[in-house]
Structure formats: C-alpha cells, structure tokens
Design a protein around this ligand. Structure first.
Ligand SMILES: NC(=O)c1ccc[n+]([C@@H]2O[C@H](COP(=O)([O-])OP(=O)(O)OC[C@H]3O[C@@H](n4cnc5c(N)ncnc54)[C@H](OP(=O)(O)O)[C@@H]3O)[C@@H](O)[C@H]2O)c1
Length: 275
C-alpha cells in the first residue's frame, strides 16, 4: 500500500466520494479535506457497475451519485433504478461504512405535518420509489441521510436557474403549494461530517435546513438577496404541470437528534456569497 508524503503512516481516513461532479459531491470533497480522499465522477465510476480498482480499500464511502431527474424517472423508471438502487448496492458492496443520501420524496405528504425518521414512507413518484429501494440496498452499515431541495454554487439547481431566469425576465411563474426545506449542500456536507465523526448510529437520519417555505417564497428570497428585479407569479402545482407528482408538504425533521442545519435563508446567503 502506498502512502502520500503528507500522511507517511497512512493514519488518515481513506474516503471515497461517488458522484463527485454533482453539487453535493463537490461540497463533500470540501468538507472532508482532512481525509485521504478519492473523489470519482461518473467518468471515474459509473455506479451502475462494480467499483473500479481503487488505490486502497476505503474506510468510508460517501455516496452522492444518483439519478436526480425526477420527471425523467417517470419515463425511464428502470434506468433510474439502475443508478439509484444498483449504484447504492455497488457502493455498499465495498464493505466500508457508507453514507448514502435519500429524499423527502419517499413521503407522499398525506401526514400534513413534518416527517420524522419513524414515519412510514409512501413514495408517489418513480424517483421516490427508486430512492426508497436504494435505502434498503444500502445495507446495515449505512447512515441514510434524507434531505430535501438541495442547492449549491455548482450544478443544476433551483437557485442557479432562478438567477439565470431572473436576469432575463420581468416575471416568472413559480409553484406556491409545495412546502419544504431548501438545503444548502455546504451545510449538508458539514452535517455529514458531524454525523460520521460524532459516532452517530447507522440508520435513517433526517438532515434538512431549518425553517420551511414554498418554491415561490424561495424564488422571492433569491431575487431579494441577489437584488434582481423579477416578480414571482404564484401558481399551483396543477397549473405548472410537471410530470412527476411531488409532495405538497415534505418538511423533514429529526426525532433522533440529527445535526441541526442553519435556516434555509442563511444557506441561500452562504451560497450566493460563493457564486
Ligand atoms: N437535488 C435535490 O434536490 C435532492 C434532494 C434530496 C435528496 N437528494 C439526493 O442527494 C444526493 C446528491 O444529489 P445532488 O443534488 O448532488 O445531485 P446531482 O447534482 O444531480 O449529482 C448527482 C451526480 O451523480 C452523477 N451520476 C448520475 N448517474 C451516474 C452513474 N450512473 N454513475 C456515476 N455517477 C452518476 C451525476 O452525473 P451527471 O451530471 O453526469 O449526470 C451527478 O454528477 C442524491 O442521492 C440525491 O438523490 C437530492
């Protein structure tokens, strides 16, 4: 086994990150800089297949690769399952403790109040079903971190889309009958580190931003913080007409003492400051 000069005794934790090209994968690489990290994008490891040869057997796997196209999963549920379920099984097969990320979309929103870890999942979309099956595929040595409405300074996300559209248009229609917790990937990556290093038990953890809002509230906050002169026209999910059903109220809260994240508005400010 080879060791680098900065770690002559090989004492640092060897951490593998999948989906390194995605918004959470990027943030995880930043939060685990003290580790000996190998960060693999899709070109380094297509997780539908077994892992490639690695420089070492990992001590920790942070599995951020996923099919995240919610509407696209309705058209190709098996393609989504191959990535989300198969990919998680392949990550678990490495045999190291695993952090895998799941979603508020495993719930259907019929509860009418925030979802806790012990609530029974009932996904309404193909994407949600693949993520629920992925939770089972993660095995027994896994922290399953359910989170929601991720955004960050890289990749495809609502904040970057609103910044682009807000600079081009006077008005934009945004859904106002879905309520959730927009979560900054930088805060989620730090919380992942707290969870793992704090010795939290394996199992399901709900980790999402404090506070909650609708997509329309979130869009208005983005325009306000970025000083963009664009009006938000509040529309219903039915009017907007997305393909996959989405939960109307999918606030995630922890009954197990998961790391508490800052408010979503602080996450938005932290993200904009880095753009
Ligand atoms: N985004 C959200 O709002 C949200 C909410 C709750 C939970 N989550 C979960 O959080 C995790 C991270 O999501 P994210 O927002 O960071 O997603 P993301 O930005 O879409 O990143 C996912 C990454 O996975 C890669 N990927 C897709 N198929 C792959 C394959 N077959 N093999 C290897 N890599 C593949 C993607 O590469 P390409 O770019 O080349 O496709 C992308 O770089 C996922 O488990 C997701 O389900 C996300």
């Amino acid at each position: 086994m080879e060791h680098d000069d900065a770690d002559p005794l090989g004492a640092r934790r060897r951490t593998l990150i999948t989906g390194a090209g995605g918004q959470l994968g990027c943030a995880l690489a930043g939060a685990f800089t003290g580790d000996d990290v190998v960060a693999l994008g899709r070109d380094g490891w297509d997780v539908r297949f077994d892992a490639p040869a690695l420089p070492w057997a990992p001590d920790l796997v942070l599995h951020a690769a996923a099919w995240t196209n919610v509407d696209g999963a309705e058209d190709d549920p098996q393609g989504a399952a191959a990535v989300n379920v198969g990919g998680t099984a392949h990550a678990a097969a490495l045999g190291a403790p695993l952090v895998t990320y799941s979603t508020d979309y495993v719930f259907d929103a019929t509860k009418g109040e925030p979802y806790l870890e012990s609530d029974a999942p009932a996904p309404a979309s193909a994407y949600g079903r693949t993520k629920l099956h992925a939770e089972a595929a993660a095995g027994e040595r896994a922290w399953i971190v359910r989170t929601s409405w991720l955004f960050g300074e890289t990749g495809h996300n609502f904040v970057r889309t609103m910044l682009r559209l807000g600079a081009e248009r006077d008005e934009i229609a945004v859904v106002d009958d879905q309520r959730g917790c927009p979560t900054y990937v930088g805060h989620l990556a730090d919380a992942t580190r707290t969870l793992v290093d704090g010795g939290a038990a394996f199992g399901i953890w709900h980790v999402a931003a404090d506070g909650d809002c609708t997509w329309a509230d979130f869009a208005e906050a983005i325009f306000e913080e970025a000083a963009l002169d664009c009006r938000v026209r509040r529309v219903t999910t039915a009017e907007f007409g997305a393909k996959a059903p989405r939960p109307a109220l999918s606030i995630l809260r922890s009954e197990k003492g998961a790391p508490r994240l800052p408010h979503w508005r602080d996450g938005l400010r932290a993200c904009l400051a880095r753009l």
